[in-house]
Each structure stands twice: as C-alpha cells, then as structure tokens.
Design a protein around this ligand. Structure first.
Ligand SMILES: C[S@@+](CC[C@H](N)C(=O)[O-])C[C@H]1O[C@@H](n2cnc3c(N)ncnc32)[C@H](O)[C@@H]1O
Length: 206
C-alpha cells in the first residue's frame, strides 16, 4: 500500500483490534481513514466532528452503516457527559479532532478508565498541548513512529495487557521512548530497541 501521511495510524489500529476486544469506539475527528476502519471493525462507533459542518456533511454522505453514529459537537465534555448519562462504556477513544481539545479528550477518556486511548500526531507536543496529558498510574504509554515519516507519532495509552504491547512488531513503525527533563518537557526520543540493546550490554554505557 502506498504511504499516506494521514493514514500512518491505520497499521496501529489493525494491531489494536487484533489484540484487544474493541466493541465500542468513540472518535473525535472523523475522516476517510479512521472512520471507515472503525465502522468495519467495531460494533458501535460514535464519531464526533467538532469544527467543520462541511466536512461533517461530506463524510456523512460517504458512510452508510447501521453501527455508525456521527455527531457534530464542539465540546468533548458534552459528549463524555452524554456517555456518562447513558452509562455508555467505551473500549477505545481516538483523539484526532480539534487541536485545542485533543489533550482534554484523552484525559477525559483516562478519567473514565477507557482501556485503550489513542492519540494521533503525538509528536506535535506544543501544538496539541500533549504536555497537559494526565496519565493515571495504571496506564502505560507506547509511542510508535512511522519509518517513512519519522515525524508522525501515534501513541497508545492502555490500562491492561501492557506486556502484550511490549512484544508488538509493527513493520512500518519503530517503538520510541520519549525522555523528559521535567513532567512537561519532552527533550529526546529514543528508539526502544536501541535502548534495550544498550541496557543489555552494561559495558557499552559510558
Ligand atoms: C485529521 S482530520 C481527522 C481524520 C480522521 N480521524 C481519519 O483518520 O480519517 C481532523 C479534522 O480535520 C478537519 N478537516 C480535515 N480535512 C478537512 C477538509 N478538507 N475540510 C474541512 N475540514 C477538514 C475536520 O475538522 C476533521 O475532524
């Protein structure tokens, strides 16, 4: 398949759906990649468009599926509030919507202990304010960087099965670690296998 910058997350979702039992999906930022994928793989998909009515209508006209609920709502807190009111449990939340609320979406999902939370464009720390992520102690963070566009990072936050993710091999991606000088300042990114290699050979660390 030809590389498409905007579809760098799809191989990750294939792996996520093969690993976890994902039935109910809530995504922010609907589009031609993630939305059809979710509709084809999950039992129920709620897709929230926050910004463009035109985009919302365009995608709505392209997808006709009984398990799909498109919603236009700028405020994620309204959407999560409606899920709470309906006792709606979620298996996966995807944060790919309005820049100013991407971090809020992830935090709201983790507050509700959603098992899998996926962040698109995790490399743009300041633009999306990912430094404001509030990751509870029971979650682990896994970052995957696309090899053909090393700047594209998709992050998975999971509250179980971390050991399975440790062993994932996604051919087009490298696992990376983000090292922080403080909780809010990412300073470097290291390839996970290189770090493991170093740790396996103590004499090679100066
Ligand atoms: C990155 S896109 C979402 C992509 C989607 N999650 C996917 O994987 O296919 C995020 C947002 O960009 C905006 N957007 C993208 N393309 C647009 C267009 N051609 N016209 C208007 N808005 C657009 C929409 O508001 C959309 O929700």
């Amino acid at each position: 398949m030809e590389f498409d910058n905007y579809a760098s997350h799809l191989p990750i979702f294939e792996k996520v759906f093969a690993t976890f039992e994902i039935k109910k999906v809530l995504e922010f930022g609907l589009g031609k990649f993630s939305t059809p994928f979710f509709v084809n793989h999950a039992e129920l998909v709620v897709s929230v468009e926050q910004e463009s009515k035109e985009w919302y209508e365009r995608i709505k006209a392209q997808i006709n599926a009984a398990n799909w609920r498109p919603v236009f709502q700028p405020d994620p807190q309204v959407v999560f509030g409606q899920c709470d009111a309906n006792n709606q449990t979620l298996d996966l939340v995807f944060s790919d919507g309005a820049a100013q609320t991407r971090c809020l979406v992830a935090n709201q999902a983790m507050e509700r202990n959603v098992p899998v939370v996926v962040l698109h464009d995790a490399e743009k720390v300041w633009y999306y304010q990912w430094n404001l992520l509030s990751i509870p102690a029971n979650y682990a963070r896994f970052n995957f960087r696309h090899r053909k566009d090393a700047n594209k990072v998709t992050t998975i936050l999971v509250n179980a099965n971390q050991s399975i993710l440790e062993q994932w091999d996604i051919p087009d991606h490298d696992r990376i670690l983000q090292a922080y000088s403080s909780p809010c300042q990412p300073v470097i990114q290291l390839r996970y296998d290189e770090v493991r290699g170093l740790l396996g050979k103590p004499n090679s660390i100066p």
